[in-house]
Design a protein around this ligand. Structure first.
Ligand code: CDP
Length: 241
């Protein structure tokens, strides 16, 4: 299995749209919306890292013990739908769709995501999920999709926004999910701490060569969706030409 979706016998391989970006850049909601509009699948790679961090917590494993986390990966059975309408996550037969969004999982996830063996295992898993999707295209979003997982994807986009705007967006999301149960200041601190930890592993703040940068700081949701769709259309037309 390779990281490309352009192999010679790729007649039935889905078009891959790779979207990377930091927390709160809007990449998940924008990617889901676009997948719905284009009739594509949607793969949230962060959900897999979150699911592992959740299982680490459930089993009482020390998240900083790389060997113990790697051993757990052998017993980690991950299933997620590619349906952008109802993304769901099942781990070892348990529905963890809601649990993986808990604040303690957000705090622990960077520690498991920094382990190279975990990343290699997950990258292979993501490539298989996409290859077996049976969909015309899949929007794959994360931190290293444009650079490591699918460096030859048909479309590669880095979606960013100013730090303050990202914190405000994440805060609004959490307020909608559970009103009154969180502090805006703490949310911003956690988001920035996670970005700092994650940037030590992969660079998702600067666009690699050939990756289109979209800065959504001054764009609203619909404008961001439109900007991403415009790039997808442009790049897929260019590829066919
Ligand atoms: O949506 P948000 O930006 O909060 O994060 P996420 O996409 O749910 O990803 C959760 C965590 O998974 C990140 O903070 C990273 O530690 C890790 N991750 C990663 O290392 N590589 C990816 N391709 C995706 C996520």
């Amino acid at each position: 299995m390779t990281g490309t979706n352009k192999s010679a016998d790729s007649g039935t391989e889905p078009i891959v749209v790779a979207v990377d970006g930091p927390a709160g850049s809007g990449k998940s909601s924008v990617s889901r919306k676009i997948a719905q509009q284009l009739g594509y699948g949607y793969l949230d790679t962060g959900a897999a890292y979150r699911a592992l961090a959740w299982l680490v917590g459930e089993r009482g494993i020390n998240k900083d013990d790389s060997d113990a986390v790697c051993a757990l990966v052998e017993d980690f059975h991950y299933a997620s739908t590619l349906d952008p309408e109802t993304p769901s996550v099942v781990v070892n037969g348990t529905d963890a769709t809601m649990a993986i969004r808990r604040p303690e999982v957000s705090s622990d996830v960077s520690a498991v995501a920094r382990i190279a063996r975990v990343r290699e295992h997950f990258n292979s898993m993501f490539r298989v999920i996409v290859a077996d999707s049976g969909m015309p295209g899949v929007i794959v979003e994360g931190r290293d999709i444009t650079t490591v997982v699918f460096p030859d994807a048909s479309v590669r986009i880095l979606l960013t926004a100013d730090e303050t705007v990202r914190a405000l967006r994440r805060n609004a999301e959490l307020a909608e999910q559970s009103p009154g149960s969180h502090s805006a200041k703490k949310t911003a601190e956690q988001l920035h701490a996670r970005d700092r930890a994650d940037s030590r592993v992969v660079d998702f703040m600067n666009a690699a060569e050939g990756v289109v940068l979209i800065d959504s700081t001054t764009l609203n949701f619909d404008e961001t969706v439109d900007a991403v769709i415009a790039v997808i259309r442009e790049q897929t037309v260019k590829e066919k030409a």
